[in-house]
Design a protein around this ligand. Structure first.
Ligand SMILES: C[S@@+](CC[C@H](N)C(=O)[O-])C[C@H]1O[C@@H](n2cnc3c(N)ncnc32)[C@H](O)[C@@H]1O
Length: 412
């Protein structure tokens, strides 16, 4: 551990972030039925990435409730032909059912985006029926109907609501859908504050809808991205975070522990920050290894955009790096890198599990050249060591404290 490492941060307003799992509506014991039955039609719908023994559906009761409500209320009658924006759809469930209205569909997750594309192809529906926008792209024109699949992050929801303000008017309907346990009084207060008059539906199959109209009629800029300063040894980095970025208010304690126990600089040729978030791990590795090629990769558009800004702020034009919005190491060639740094995620939206860690560890093994190093940090209870042992054959505990361990596996 470097004795000189000093980490601090300032300007840390705290937001309430829930980490509750939200299991989708199928039982893990039954074979999964992929037929999504809606009043707008029946569709085959699968998650992305697809797992052999998938136990979760690609939609939930909130998607079903929302589509039933729209049909019953005639909100999507072809006579009205409303202009629709769908935000944070999971795997295209809503976009597919509402494709006749040619909706704009905005997503931050490239997994949700790839899932949507695959599902459209699976159902022989032409993608020209929708306009796909990622979360870093601007919205366009006015919407009669804005549909939001409630995101896990309160900050991301806040950002979405501010960003739709210039694109709605008091006649626009804003409808959000979620499992009831993920709708809190703070969620409703956010709608009231940013959009205006807000009500909720009764619960149905444990799902609930939120209805809001733009009675505030006042447009305010989103407070995101936000910044904090981070001191590492003699350097102060200004860290910029878009709304849907992991630990956007302050340095995560797991990340901090890995930063305090980074690999000693040596002539690494190619370093990957896997699941980079705001790119802190790759940024410090880049600074400690001035000759190395550095690749930042994450499945979130906002994460990769944040990492890019942070690298540009730190190095100006003196250093180039590669930035990939991809599933795990999909954009990195096999046996092409010699160091991978990772603080693995333990959930995909509301679904908690170790499936992404498994995928990341397996793909890290494939991307490393022989002798290459995989450094991870993890909470003890996640027991990452057993996965490392299985995939790499062995592992070393580089450092350990009450909560976390930094572990290293080498590819033989
Ligand atoms: C625990 S956070 C760590 C972020 C950052 N490395 C840090 O330490 O602050 C895990 C990151 O993995 C990303 N992630 C989740 N699933 C992913 C996937 N399938 N492919 C790539 N990145 C993923 C998340 O978006 C998130 O930024």
């Amino acid at each position: 551990m470097s004795p000189h490492l000093k980490l601090c941060q300032i300007a840390i307003p705290k937001f309430f972030v829930r980490l509750m799992p939200d299991l989708l509506t199928c039982s893990a014991m039954k074979p999964i039925n992929n037929l999504f039955k809606t009043p707008q039609g029946d569709f085959k719908l699968v998650r992305f990435p697809q797992h052999k023994k998938e136990t979760l559906r690609a939609w939930d009761a909130a998607d079903e409730y929302l589509l039933q409500y729209l049909e019953a209320e005639g909100k999507t009658s072809t006579n009205n032909a409303p202009r629709i924006l769908i935000v944070n759809d999971s795997f295209g469930a809503l976009a597919m059912a509402l494709q006749t209205f040619k909706p704009d569909v905005q997503l931050d997750s490239c997994l949700a985006e790839q899932g949507l594309i695959n599902n459209f192809q699976l159902n022989n529906i032409d993608l020209v029926n929708i306009t796909l926008l990622n979360s870093m792209m601007p919205l366009n024109g006015y919407y009669d109907l804005v549909i939001i699949k409630l995101p896990k992050s309160h900050a991301y929801l806040e950002d979405i609501l501010y960003k739709i303000q210039p694109h709605i008017n008091p006649q626009s309907k804003i409808i959000a859908a979620a499992m009831a346990k993920n709708i809190h009084s703070s969620t409703l207060k956010l709608f009231e504050k940013i959009i205006g008059k807000t009500t909720t539906s009764l619960a149905k199959k444990k799902a609930r809808l939120i209805f809001s109209s733009f009675t505030n009629n006042k447009v305010t800029n989103s407070p995101y991205p936000k910044q904090f300063e981070l001191e590492v040894e003699d350097n102060t980095f200004l860290i910029t975070n878009y709304a849907n970025v992991f630990s956007r208010e302050k340095l995560d304690i797991g990340t901090r522990f890995l930063l305090e126990n980074m690999p000693q600089p040596k002539p690494y040729k190619a370093i990957v920050d896997l699941g980079c978030g705001n790119g802190l791990l790759g940024l410090v590795a880049a600074q400690q290894n001035p000759e190395a090629r550095v690749i930042f990769t994450d499945e979130s558009y906002m994460a990769v955009a944040s990492a890019k800004i942070n690298v540009e702020n730190a190095f100006g034009t003196s250093r180039t790096a590669e930035f990939l919005v991809k599933d795990c190491l999909a954009g990195v060639e096999k046996q092409s890198v010699d160091l991978i740094l990772c603080n693995p995620p333990f959930h995909q939206n509301h679904v908690v599990g170790d499936h992404i860690a498994w995928q990341m560890f397996n793909e890290a093994y494939a991307a490393l050249e022989p002798g290459g190093e995989f450094w991870i940090v993890g909470n003890h209870h996640l027991a990452y060591h057993s996965k490392l042992k299985k995939i790499f054959g062995d592992y070393n505990v580089v450092a350990s404290n009450k909560k976390f361990a930094v572990m290293l596996s080498r590819k033989a």
